[in-house]
Design a protein around this ligand. Structure first.
Ligand SMILES: Cc1ncc(COP(=O)(O)O)c(C=O)c1O
Length: 389
């Protein structure tokens, strides 16, 4: 039995996923497989590091030092063969916070921001909240049922003289695509040509499935790195989202200075003490645990594929190349997203994210979080079947 088979009750822990379905979906007693955190305990080494800090009992201001820099740089080198200068590191509580502050730092209300839907919805929602105009470079489905980038449309949008920022999701949520070096080189060069800053949200980059390789866009060329802010975090990788500890890598000094000014403006400096300890322990000691997790997630993907083939053959998934979010194609059922949501919640008693939340071209898809024990996953799949048949 795997450590990930253990079913742990998360109800009544103020979990957004488990305790807030009434507030978010309007119903209770549904199995939550929506928001992107895992139903697994963090690595033992991380829990031990937290115990040590808690036992010390003093939780004053914390600023990570050289041990953290070593942990981060070694992690990126050993897992992704990416050598970074520790001077490029800036800390942030979360990635959404970081993206929001970067929008404030590097754009004005006259500017436009490009995103690639279907995509993690806060990208466009935050841009809109900042009153920036959002341009949608829709991803296209190819004949192999994978998303591809429409580069002609992308260049058109980047070449708009008011476009100042492009938000990349690599690997891509919700589809799990890990963009290839060729694709990223093309994106990077287009952004250089049209002088558009890149925010690359690489929060899912450690969760690589089925042998897929992640290329950080900032690792490709120096000129691309100089125009890129890369966001990474241990939060998805090790299930630490509630501890609020993330990292930005900004190799361009003047961009880093400007970003740090905005951090000061909002008083969002540093990270919380427990988050810092957890991050350091995870990057220093979490590698074996992550390998086991990846193995388990791959088994879960195969389990879904087999289940759907046997019980719901009209529905198929886009096999994820990374992360634990599965993009399920239910277009053959010819139901609106509203009807699908109604069936899922009230007939199947299952809470998923509906595709159109990620952009119009997500309509007819569902996003299921499979980072849970197989027993829970099977329960979710049975509920999906009840909802859709
Ligand atoms: C692509 C992406 N970016 C950012 C986040 C959230 O990051 P944070 O909790 O650090 O704001 C998520 C969470 O699902 C995500 O999928």
């Amino acid at each position: 039995m795997s450590q990930f088979d253990q079913v742990i009750n998360r109800k009544k822990t103020d979990s957004v996923k488990w305790d807030y379905t009434k507030r978010i979906f309007g119903v209770e007693d549904v199995l939550p497989m929506w928001v992107a955190d895992m139903d697994f305990q963090a690595p033992e080494e991380v829990i031990d590091a937290l115990h040590t800090r808690v036992d010390h009992g003093i939780f004053g201001y914390t600023m990570p030092g050289s041990k953290m820099e070593d942990a981060v740089t070694n992690w990126l080198k050993s897992r992704h063969s990416w050598e970074i200068d520790p001077k490029t590191i800036t800390y942030s509580p979360g990635i959404v916070t970081a993206i929001s502050m970067a929008i404030h730092a590097f754009t004005t209300s006259e500017d436009k921001i490009v995103v690639q839907p279907p995509v993690y919805y806060p990208f466009f929602e935050i841009a809109q909240k900042h009153k920036r105009e959002v341009l949608y470079n829709q991803l296209l489905l190819n004949e192999n049922f994978r998303y591809e980038i429409d580069f002609i449309d992308l260049e058109e949008k980047l070449s708009d003289e008011r476009t100042k920022l492009f938000i990349l999701c690599n690997p891509h949520n919700p589809s799990g695509r890990v963009w290839s070096k060729e694709e990223l080189t093309k994106i990077g060069n287009l952004c250089i040509k049209h002088n558009v800053l890149i925010i690359s949200d690489d929060i899912h980059s450690d969760l690589l499935l089925f042998g897929n390789q992640y290329t950080p866009i900032a690792s490709i060329q120096k000129d691309i790195a100089n125009q890129t802010i890369t966001c990474i975090a241990p939060s998805k990788t090790f299930n630490l989202a509630g501890l609020q500890a993330s990292i930005l890598l900004i190799p361009n000094d003047s961009l880093k200075r400007r970003y740090n000014e905005v951090q000061q403006l909002f008083g969002v400096m540093g990270i919380n003490t427990l988050g810092a300890d957890a991050m350091q322990a995870a990057y220093e000691q979490g590698s074996n645990w992550l390998d086991e997790l990846i193995q388990y997630l791959q088994e879960n993907v195969l389990l879904i594929e087999e289940y759907l083939m046997n019980h719901l053959p009209q529905v198929k998934i886009m096999r994820p190349e990374s992360t634990y979010l599965v993009w399920i194609d239910v277009r053959s059922l010819n139901k609106s997203d509203k009807e699908l949501q109604e069936l899922l919640l009230n007939k199947g008693k299952l809470a998923l994210h509906i595709g159109s939340k990620f952009g119009e071209n997500g309509e007819g898809f569902l996003r299921m979080n499979i980072a849970c024990p197989k027993e829970t996953l099977l329960d979710g799949l049975n509920r999906l079947k009840i909802a859709l048949t």
